[in-house]
Design a protein around this ligand. Sequence first.
Ligand SMILES: [Zn+2]
Length: 318
Amino acid sequence: MKPSGTTLAGIEPADFVALDRNRLSNLYRAGLPSEVPEREAAVMEIVEASVLPDSTGRPSVEAPLHDSLSARFVVHTHPPIVNGMTCAVNGAHHSRHLFPDALWIDYTDPGYSLCMEVRREVEAYRGHRGYEPSVIFIGNHGVFVAGDEADQIAGTYSEIFACLEDVYQRAGVQREVKQGDAPPRESITRNEEIIRSAWSESPLHFAVSGHFSPAEGPITPDHIVYAGACPIRGKFSAEGITLFLSRHGYDPKIAVFEDAVFGLGESSTAAELALEVARDAALVVQFAGVFGGIEYMDDRARRFIEGWEVETYRRKQV
Ligand SMILES: [Zn+2]
């Protein structure tokens, strides 16, 4: 498993965490607590207890899900090109049409719930077709690709991308986020002062880009974790931030001005990441237009992610 908080692009073979699949399978038999925080803690305990002695690092929360497929390799990603479909109103319908061999699963809370849902659905798929799916799309989340050879994984990803790129191209959708020019220095300084004067907490770091239209609501768990469920816009004031805080339970991570979008964070890395993820979300919204428009996550699903200890841990890692 890829350890939690590392990037797929930067990982080295030695970084992977090795797990004992027999021990991990205790998870599917265990009587787990019904309350979510206790349940997810119990799940992580079993996952961590499955780590082999000469391995280090905390395996991703999606470990049991990967274990639920028997292929040698399972590569899970959240590319905007795919999320344009998985986060769209008619995503399930188009998935069945464009990818008849893929398994589609509606949005499910990540962690234990998603793992068990995938196990049920994979079993049903196997029952019908006699083999396991090599592609699983999860609504408002991303994609899992499974295969016994590394080349096979790359090939399947290429096919998925080519198919969706073709759809976007024919619909005349741009492949980059429409973004304004970088704002002038005076404007940045002025807006930084406005944010600082309204901010109660320090330290505060900024990342700035030209204006684009961020998603107005939560689109996937990872977007909530890194960029917040929605941006703050309009009049940026102490009252505005207090109101945002009382409504959402956390400070805004993205602030939208007329000529700029600001990523805000406790470190420059967090601020940069918030901005990058907000731009990714904007691209997802752009693509989702082709499939009936963006489908935001509901309040219950959003709150589940916002209250999730495991994700908090990952944020600390970043
Ligand atoms: Zn994921």
